[in-house]
Design a binder for this molecule. Sequence first.
Ligand SMILES: *[C@@H]1O[C@H](CO)[C@@H](O)[C@H](O)[C@H]1NC(C)=O
Ligand SMILES: *[C@@H]1O[C@H](CO)[C@@H](O)[C@H](O)[C@H]1NC(C)=O
Ligand SMILES: *[C@@H]1O[C@H](CO)[C@@H](O)[C@H](O)[C@H]1NC(C)=O
Ligand SMILES: [Fe+2]
Length: 406
Amino acid sequence: MRNFHISRSFVAFTLFSTILVAINNANASEHQQVHIALGTDETEMVITWATIESIDDHGVVNFGTSSDNLTDSVTAVTTYFEDDDAYWYNYRALLTGLKPSTTYYYRVGSKASSWSKVFQFKTLNSGNKWLPSFAIYGDLGIENERSLPYLTKDVEKGMYDVIFHIGDMAYDLYEYGGSRGNNFMRMLEPIAARMPYMTTTGNHEKAKNFSHYDARFSMIGDRHQPNYSADLTDRLNNHFYSLDIGPAHIIIFSTEFYYYTRWGWEQIRWQYRWLEDELIRANQNRKERPWIIVMGHRPFYCLVAGDKCNRKTLERGPIKNGVHYDKTKKSQLNYGLEDLFYKYGVDLQLYGHEHFFVRFYPVHKNVSPSRPKETNPYEDPVAPVFITTGNAVRYFIYYIQPTNSL
Ligand SMILES: *[C@@H]1O[C@H](CO)[C@@H](O)[C@H](O)[C@H]1NC(C)=O
Ligand SMILES: *[C@@H]1O[C@H](CO)[C@@H](O)[C@H](O)[C@H]1NC(C)=O
Ligand SMILES: *[C@@H]1O[C@H](CO)[C@@H](O)[C@H](O)[C@H]1NC(C)=O
Ligand SMILES: [Fe+2]
């Protein structure tokens, strides 16, 4: 049993942080911060939660298709996270063998400690002949969380199948000894325990090599990910992964590897190679899943100069055009993503970071390629369509029969 309470209460910089620390400790032995993520496919779901103190038992998920008869049970993998004055226990359980398009009820906890309330989620439909509905946003904090009341209502109505939070959360998860993160995850619970909450990193997750972010989420991606056959905790990849959902192949990646090379350069190369393999595979499967959608945090094109945005060209060079790998300035630019995504016919690219909503015309190399007049630029687009959705703005994708091919 860890007990850092005393040292923590002295680390109260402001009245506000005192309150955060107090809230954090009040819930110490409770199973809390419950959230879910898609597993390999529609027959799986990953349940993740935390306790601040250890429990004298294994964390367990009880689940079933009736709210008063949770017949099945999965034991979670527990990991301890510690960093400066932050610490907590993570529980992760992979539910398998679920029926598609079915509502499941579940609770988390343990016999020796306590149980959470009963939550519910609905598994995705199988196959490609259905119309998924997504909420996609970046940049949701614990203060000024303007879209949260709307999201909560929408989630209660079952308006979405999946939520994507594409970077920048809590501002920042690691702060106040992780209390900021704990409170943020509690704030998310009503939506994220009910709907798959899929994430990637933004610049605000960079602290300590993204470790606070990594400790709190459990993205595994589909069966083609490199570590598919490893144990749950060894196959987590919270930075880049991909999924088939209905008619779409969805690829989530990190723009932040390009900006925080203090944590290593290798990540850029690993991710780039993975992305290309992934795009080749997505194109082999394009008849089944005609949409290829990529999501990350920082948009290639910026509307507001500053913040790593080139003032003349209004672009973010490193991710878009590439980097001098390993700071050897003489080498040519490598690992730029614009050409890669264009080459493999990506339909749609979604980013956050800038706190507004923008939908571009199809764009490649800073121009919208010409097309016959009076045609709909979004139908069979000649280049990827970029969307910036960076202030937790509500956004929907409706199903449109894609006609574009390579
Ligand atoms: C709970 O579910 C199990 C398995 O589906 C079933 O055998 C049992 O009768 C159910 N119990 C109740 C009280 O509904
Ligand atoms: C994960 O995949 C990478 C790349 O294929 C491999 O080098 C590594 O050993 C794998 N790790 C585990 C735990 O399987
Ligand atoms: C940061 O984490 C990644 C794995 O997520 C690891 O490969 C890398 O070596 C780490 N960098 C440092 C400087 O510890
Ligand atoms: Fe950002």
